[in-house]
Design a protein around this ligand. Structure first.
Ligand code: PLP
Length: 369
């Protein structure tokens, strides 16, 4: 067998998982067996706990597909034809919300912010006052495009004060940033299996305010992404998914949730990621790489770096050098500047950060030769 730890991923999902998470996938499971359905139910309960949400007010629904399928499921199932969704845009993932609603024919508007700035809650409030047609506000928490961590709590206050609905893509933050879903006034929170909970890719999940989800019955514009239908089946049949579910991925996720709990929950994981990020950012700065996001808005998930001035670096070449030495890095997603990204999440610890910094240093020296 090939070494399963040939290299580690410094990419924000898929990410490096533990051996126990991978081993959970060695059993083939049946989708309608009670023990498998109970695994789904236990996952749904654990997700609510992580979100600080009670099961009367909220429910967790799992949905096949990657994270985008979850976002599309919410944006195409929840708004009715009478709703207008305002999207706060400061990166590629909020931009994707617009694309989804264009395709699905959902009425929407956009409010743009600079990609290295967080959406200003006061500006959002002012916009909402001038636009009474808006009924829902949608935004990204951790914009993985840049690594910026948006202030969903402050925006949530503005949204809730006006009794509007609040949709949050917390794809790359949930599990590592402690999010109090009811307290922060979030009605729909979307995340996926292969980010900070440290599972493998294959499904997304939605923490949904139950009454609003039930009220959305019949709004869905597609069959397979119908969030209400999926919820209805899971509730009625004690954890049964509507269509074939990714059984191995679900088992891996169940194990990943246990590991998150054993690590000490979201706060402990946050501390580890944040320390990874800090050491990496400091070390990279010393080597001449400039972080794109200002420190006060920098999240612990992923960091965007600009190349050192005057040094010509070919991303592909650097990528293969680092991969040969055990680490996979991520290309940049900025439209205007040449950049690359390093993820701090997954089974990544202090030693890895030291290794990667040492490799970057060696690579730069090699370029000078
Ligand atoms: C990963 C991610 C998504 C979903 O991307 P997929 O490739 O569909 O998994 C959506 N939003 C954010 C902020 C993400 O980080």
């Amino acid at each position: 067998m090939k070494d399963p730890n040939l290299y580690k991923l410094l990419t924000p999902g898929p990410l490096t998982t533990s051996m126990a998470v991978r081993e959970a996938m060695l059993t083939d499971r049946c989708t309608w067996d009670d023990d498998y359905k109970e695994m789904t139910q236990e996952i749904r309960r654990s997700l609510l706990k992580l979100a600080h949400a009670g099961s009367k007010e909220y429910t967790a629904v799992l949905m096949q597909g990657s994270g985008t399928f979850g976002v599309e499921s919410v944006l195409s199932s929840i708004p009715s034809d009478n709703d207008t969704v305002l999207v706060l845009v400061n990166g590629a993932y909020s931009e994707r919300m617009i694309t989804i609603m264009e395709r699905e024919g959902v009425k929407h508007e956009r409010l743009d912010f600079k990609w290295d700035e967080i959406p200003d809650a006061k500006k959002v409030g002012e916009y909402l006052d001038g636009h009474p047609e808006v009924t829902m506000v949608s935004m990204v928490h951790s914009e993985t495009t840049t690594g910026i961590l948006n202030d969903i709590e402050a925006v949530g206050k503005e949204v809730n004060r006006r009794s509007l609905k609040f949709i949050v893509d917390a794809m790359s933050s949930f599990g590592a940033v402690d999010i109090d879903v009811p307290e922060w006034g979030i009605d729909f929170l979307i995340s996926s299996a292969n980010k900070c909970v440290q599972g493998v890719p294959g499904f997304s999940f939605v923490i949904a305010r139950r009454a609003l989800l039930v009220a959305s019955k019949g709004n869905a514009r597609t069959l397979s992404l119908d969030l209400y239908d999926q919820y209805e089946t899971m509730e009625r049949d004690n954890g049964k998914w509507r269509f074939t579910s990714p059984t191995h991925v679900v088992a891996a996720f169940s194990e990943a949730l246990k590991e998150l709990k054993n690590e000490g929950g979201a706060r402990a994981r946050f501390a580890r990621y944040e320390e990874n990020e800090r050491q990496l950012r400091e070390g990279m700065k010393e080597l001449g790489f400039k972080p794109y996001i200002k420190r006060r808005h920098q999240g612990p998930i992923i960091t965007t770096f600009l190349y050192p001035e005057g040094v010509k670096i070919d991303f592909k070449n650097m990528h293969s050098y680092l991969k040969r030495h055990g680490y996979v890095i991520y290309p940049g997603k900025l439209t205007k500047a040449d950049s690359f990204r390093l993820g701090n999440i997954g089974e990544i610890y202090e030693d890895d950060i030291r290794n990667i910094l040492w490799l970057f240093e060696k690579y730069l020296k090699k370029l000078e030769e």
